[in-house]
Write a protein that binds this ligand. Structure first.
Ligand code: PEP
Ligand code: MN
Length: 337
């Protein structure tokens, strides 16, 4: 449940309510709004009698949260969460476009891509150093060398970087290089990893599992939030269906649904969502129209030579066209690029 304090409730009253809740074996999460303070109560599974808390000084009312995710829920935190990354505000009025290659392949490849996507208007550079590949014989990423290249290109271009972390023991290493930690679809329910990034001092881009419901995605976000990291960005990247013409089926309704259920920013990955570069532009436009806070797009200077995901990667010139084509859609939904 949440405890809504009266406007002007004193800090002593807030402390009393918090102490009472903790006495009952629950944890608290305090959000200080402009008008009033909201105290989130994370229960211990046992039913809680709301009445004694409702009678306490300074309390306006209590509201039960019936959904299994609490910290991630809109009831708990009515205002949109905005995640700042080096001056870029993810979840604000401005759409945030993260673009770059699927995998970091070399310094030249990353720098060329980064310069191109930056001049086209991208805000964040993506690139995998640790790659979760279906086949153990496929390119697995450059590992720490890839992270060093990401950091060097960040220095050269000023673009913050997002990169995947695949295992809990990699979190400290990836955190020293990355501005945003990406949890890939295959790891959405790796609870040890969610725990580890929940304790990391970095924003987390959490991708929907390829066979996960939205509730499972929000429960995965809940793991990260409940370990103390409130900078979580959700990413719809398509789910597996019977359809064969696309790599995945991008669930466009996930965008407004997640925005209704949660306060967390929602971005869309049309590259993995479709698997086909020709579909990336129209699906990006649809995502923005549906209310996405940003996009994650794969761009490669020579997609035909890419070591991973060439078929869904845009050439830089096509990415620049895509950015232009987003402008009228962004404007129509009251966003800027
Ligand atoms: C990626 O972003 O390159 C990636 C591996 O994505 P996903 O985890 O969504 O498959
Ligand atoms: Mn990829």
């Amino acid at each position: 449940m949440i405890v809504v304090m009266k406007q002007g409730a004193t800090s002593a009253q807030i402390v009393n309510v918090t102490a009472r809740i903790e006495q009952l074996g629950c944890r608290v999460h305090i959000s200080e709004g402009e008008e009033r303070t909201i105290i989130g109560v994370i229960g211990n599974g046992r039913p809680l009698d709301r009445r004694p808390i409702e009678r306490m000084d300074g309390v306006e009312r209590t509201v039960p949260i019936l959904r299994p995710f609490k910290l991630a829920s809109r009831e708990f935190h009515p205002k949109n969460t905005v995640v700042p990354v080096n001056g870029v505000m993810i979840g604000g009025k401005q759409l945030v476009v993260m673009a770059g290659p699927c995998a970091v392949e070399s310094h030249d490849q990353l720098l060329e891509t980064a310069r191109a996507v930056k001049s086209a208007g991208a805000h964040v550079l993506r690139g995998g150093a640790f790659k979760p590949r279906t086949s153990p014989y496929s390119f697995q990423g450059l590992g720490e060398e890839g992270l060093r290249i990401l950091a060097a290109v960040r220095e050269e271009t000023g673009l913050p970087v997002v990169t995947e972390v695949m295992a809990p023991q990699q979190v400290p290493l990836v955190t020293t290089y990355a501005d945003i930690l990406q949890i890939g679809a295959r790891n959405m329910q790796n609870y040890a990893l969610l725990h580890a990034v929940g304790e990391a001092q970095r924003p987390v881009l959490l991708k929907r599992g390829m066979m996960s419901t939205l509730e499972e995605l929000l429960m995965a976000a809940e793991y990260i939030l409940s370990h103390g990291n409130d900078r979580v960005i959700l990413c719809e990247r398509g789910i597996r269906t019977f359809e064969q013409y696309t790599r995945n089926t991008l669930d466009i309704s996930a965008v407004p649904l997640l925005k209704q259920l949660s306060h967390l920013p929602v971005i869309v990955d049309p590259s993995h969502g479709t698997g086909k570069w020709r579909l990336v532009e129209p699906v990006s436009r649809a995502a923005v129209a549906a209310g996405a806070d940003g996009l994650l797009i794969e761009v490669h200077p020579h997609p035909e030579e890419a070591l991973s995901d060439g078929a869904q990667s845009l050439k830089p010139a096509r990415f620049a066209e895509l950015m232009q084509s987003l402008e009228p859609v962004a404007e129509a939904v009251g966003r800027t690029l």
